[in-house]
Design a protein around this ligand. Structure first.
Ligand code: 6PG
Length: 236
């Protein structure tokens, strides 16, 4: 586990953007799963500075680790956020973008998207292998859209599951633990003081860490990097 502690969330975005530029430069193809949330939004804005980051996006195939079950025009949509903060600012072929169809029936979409991942990505033991999955973490320790109260979704045999947000009741499609831990690289992007307790519990394996889905992220490859600002890392 590699900890990259940066002074601000803007520095998290800059450091990760440099890392991603280098990561893509040295690969012919990159299958990458994106996350929703406020930290990825800042990262996407940084990556949109195409004068600063020379990235050949034609090599990059974008997927989502989770999506809200809403239309792509809805302000809740992770895809809509990604269009506004990244996709409309970079040169990436539309055929490289594989959004989760949040407007579809959730159960059917979880099956469709899982099948798409299995078809499009390399597989190991019949499980899709992403080159990189980026994840956020909620203040409750959730990651992707696997929440503590339904942590059993992490061990689902399925590639994608339907999750339900504990407060809003909003349905979401999420990739499961076996996909996340099969990824070559997993990058956590976590900022803000509200995360400091869970970050410390998870990284130090203290308290109720086993109840937090984010603590289940242990890629088989061993390639796990946390990008944190000093606020989120305050108790490390
Ligand atoms: C989502 C994200 C979710 C997010 C966390 C952290 O769809 O909301 O995938 O898992 O990463 O909720 O979000 P913040 O970075 O905004 O705290």
């Amino acid at each position: 586990m590699d900890l990259q502690i940066c002074s601000t969330k803007e520095e998290v975005a800059q450091n990760f953007a440099l890392y991603l530029e280098h990561f893509i430069k040295h690969r012919d193809i990159v299958h990458m799963a994106l996350s929703g949330g406020s930290t990825p939004k800042i990262v996407f804005d940084e990556l949109s500075n195409t004068k600063k980051y020379k990235i050949n996006w034609t090599k990059v195939y974008l997927y989502w680790g989770d999506e809200r079950c809403v239309p792509p025009t809805d302000d809740e949509s992770n895809y809509k956020m990604t269009v506004a903060h990244l996709l409309e600012n970079i040169e990436i072929p539309k055929r490289n973008i594989h959004r989760i169809l949040g407007e579809n029936d959730p159960v059917k979409e979880a099956v469709r998207y899982g099948d798409l991942l299995t078809k499009n990505l390399p597989n190991q033991q019949k499980i899709p292998v992403f080159d990189m999955v980026i994840l956020g973490m909620g203040e409750d320790g959730h990651t992707a859209s696997i929440f503590p109260y339904e942590i059993e979704l992490w061990d689902s045999k399925k590639t994608c599951e339907v999750a339900i947000h504990p407060e809003s009741g909003q349905k979401r499609i999420t990739i499961t633990g076996k996909v996340i831990n099969n990824s070559e690289w997993v990058i956590f992007l976590v900022t803000g003081a509200g995360k400091k307790d869970k970050v410390a519990e998870i990284i130090h394996k203290k308290g109720d860490y086993k109840n937090y889905p984010a603590s289940m992220v242990k890629p088989i490859s061993g390639n796990l990097v946390w990008y944190l600002d000093t606020e989120a890392a305050a108790k490390l």
